[in-house]
Design a protein around this ligand. Sequence first.
Ligand SMILES: Nc1ncnc2c1ncn2[C@@H]1O[C@H](COP(=O)(O)OP(=O)(O)OP(=O)(O)O)[C@@H](O)[C@H]1O
Ligand SMILES: CCCC(=O)O
Length: 355
Amino acid sequence: MFKILVINPGSTSSKIAIYDDDQEILNETVRHSSEEIGRFHDIPSQYEFRKKVIEEFLNKSGYPLSSFSAIIGRGGLLRPISGGIYSVNENMIKDLKSSKYGEHASNLGGLIAYELAKSVDIEAFIADPVVVDEMMDIARISGHPDIERKSIFHALNQKSIAMQLAEKLNKDYKDLNLIIVHMGGGISVGAHKKGRVVDVNNALDGDGPFTPERSGTLPLTGFMKLCYSGEYELTEVKKMLKGKGGLVSYLGTNDAQEVQKMIEAGDKKAETIYKAMAFKISKWIGKMSTVLNFEVDAIALTGGVAYDQIYMDKWIKERVEFIAPVYIFPGGDEERALAMSAYRALKGEQEIKSY
Ligand SMILES: Nc1ncnc2c1ncn2[C@@H]1O[C@H](COP(=O)(O)OP(=O)(O)OP(=O)(O)O)[C@@H](O)[C@H]1O
Ligand SMILES: CCCC(=O)O
């Protein structure tokens, strides 16, 4: 039997799971408020904090590190690579540590997995990182040659939910056109054409709907003026896009459940902003349906925000269901997808790629 530790650092949470072969034994989500995360000036400086969350989980679980066959972390901003499972090696550690390709919480997934695995001499992996790139060339063109659109999104969950949806529809993923929407701390809306994500918003980089903690696409002239106003440092402007944008900037929280409570208590501003997020998500679903020439077999809504049934049904589904039937997968499937990749690799059924 293989015991697998799964580490999934998200933008607003740390999720940790333990699997025995393909069976989940434990799964815990530790949510991080915007104040808690906001005290760190960048992602690398969250390393010790995030590692401690995992160590505390392990202590509570009663399973020593030495009882695991492998550790798999969600990773990370690397150079564009194909999907699959990768062994964490020194090249990868160098790129993750230096944030060479940018900063995202999942960079810490690979780093922490490597460090913990090294201490007990077991394998560390990552799978389907956020840089998986299947974008068609025309979608890369932004409108100015100095800036190329990039594929950075919740590849792990989007792919896994797409497969689940295909199974539900009794079809092969490679025969379907799907729009998959992941709504977590960040939001990505992907056009899956016959098994490839041919277009998706860059969920990390001021592209797409606004999110619990990100601004998404902003009117450019306003943003440019703000950048040159002399009022803000680069680090502050970066945080407006990521970490302190979206719901955090309007309502002071990255927690959609807290926003629900504000609305229930009669807060009209909270209602307007939360509805505007749904409006923007729906617009992006509309955009992606044109990428698929309006030949869309199904739409899937997933990620933490998808637990909010009313939000999904009234504010998103009603707006987009004329495009295609809408299916809801609350939360997502990231820990299972990671564990299954590691399990297949340990059994020798999946090629382990080298970075
Ligand atoms: N039951 C719920 N109802 C509404 N919103 C919820 C619920 N549970 C979680 N959320 C919201 O989902 C968001 C977090 O989603 P998720 O856990 O998928 O994100 P993450 O893993 O931290 O970030 P990312 O997926 O972008 O890496 C938060 O705003 C959280 O408040
Ligand atoms: C870039 C995909 C992950 C996220 O938005 O947090």
